[in-house]
Design a protein around this ligand. Structure first.
Ligand SMILES: C[S@@+](CC[C@H](N)C(=O)[O-])C[C@H]1O[C@@H](n2cnc3c(N)ncnc32)[C@H](O)[C@@H]1O
Length: 237
């Protein structure tokens, strides 16, 4: 019989990682790209300001000061700072500590009592079951590792009747030259992150597979073809 205490004390370099350590390792890998570009991301202007403002107004109309809200993949917190005053409490999270550090600087300069930031991976549980009235994911769902798992976790975090509100890029709808040439080249040289290639119908189906009711599917872009679909879905009451 192996002596369990020996196994616990003799650290072997070949010892396999626990699932929790594996999750931490994969979150650190995902964060690397975003940590590297965080300062530039914060400085870059929003490409379609009119479309962004339409999305903000739409989301503000869906939120209320009686709601606890979770944002996944919040980046440097620009949107969270705008939305938090419409909520009771907004926890905005991102896998990148670099992004969250900048978000916290912005919050310190412009305090909003309802808002807090945390580093968290949307591919792993961020919240307890049924803790939130709304889960927000802007420009995130095409970046997660496992869309079904991330949606399942978002659904679990919601209270019955709670809303999932997402706006995200549909890479399968982009020009094939971007999909099959530019994006893979950029990824190979570390200039673009890993990205899932779904279209709006596939995303809508993935959300519906989690048992959520689709409330609305919209496009808010004001410049040419809009590849980013805005979807509101409700967890059944
Ligand atoms: C394109 S930026 C969008 C940021 C912000 N939501 C916005 O709309 O400006 C994508 C963000 O998602 C974060 N991200 C990528 N993968 C993630 C994951 N698995 N879990 C949480 N955040 C993630 C990145 O660190 C980055 O800040």
């Amino acid at each position: 019989m192996p002596n369990p205490s020996l196994h616990e004390t003799c650290a072997s370099p070949l010892r396999s990682l626990s699932p929790a350590d594996e999750l931490k390792g994969s979150a650190a890998r995902k964060a690397r790209f975003w940590d590297r570009i965080a300062v530039k991301y914060a400085a870059d202007p929003i490409a379609d300001m009119a479309g962004y403002e339409t999305t903000l107004r739409r989301v503000q109309a869906l939120l209320s000061s009686e709601q606890d809200v979770l944002e996944l993949g919040c980046g440097t917190g620009t949107t969270a700072l705008r939305l938090a005053p419409c909520t009771r409490r907004l926890l905005a999270t991102d896998v990148s500590a670099g992004m969250i550090a900048i978000a916290r600087e912005k919050l310190a300069a412009e305090p909003v009592p309802q808002l807090s930031f945390a580093v968290a991976d949307a591919d792993a549980p961020v919240a307890g079951q049924g803790e939130y009235d709304a889960v927000l994911a802007f420009n995130l769902l095409h970046l997660v590792t496992d869309l079904d798992r991330a949606l399942e976790l978002a659904m679990q975090a919601l209270r019955p009747g709670g809303l999932l509100i997402s706006k995200t890029a549909c890479i399968a709808e982009m020009n094939p030259l971007i999909r099959y040439v530019a994006l893979p080249v950029m990824q190979a040289i570390g200039k673009a992150p890993h990205a899932l290639r779904f279209d709006a119908d596939a995303l809508r189906s993935a959300i519906a597979r989690q048992g959520m009711d689709i409330v609305s599917v919209e496009r808010h872009g004001t410049r040419g073809k809009d590849f980013r679909v805005f979807i509101v879905a409700r967890k059944p009451a």
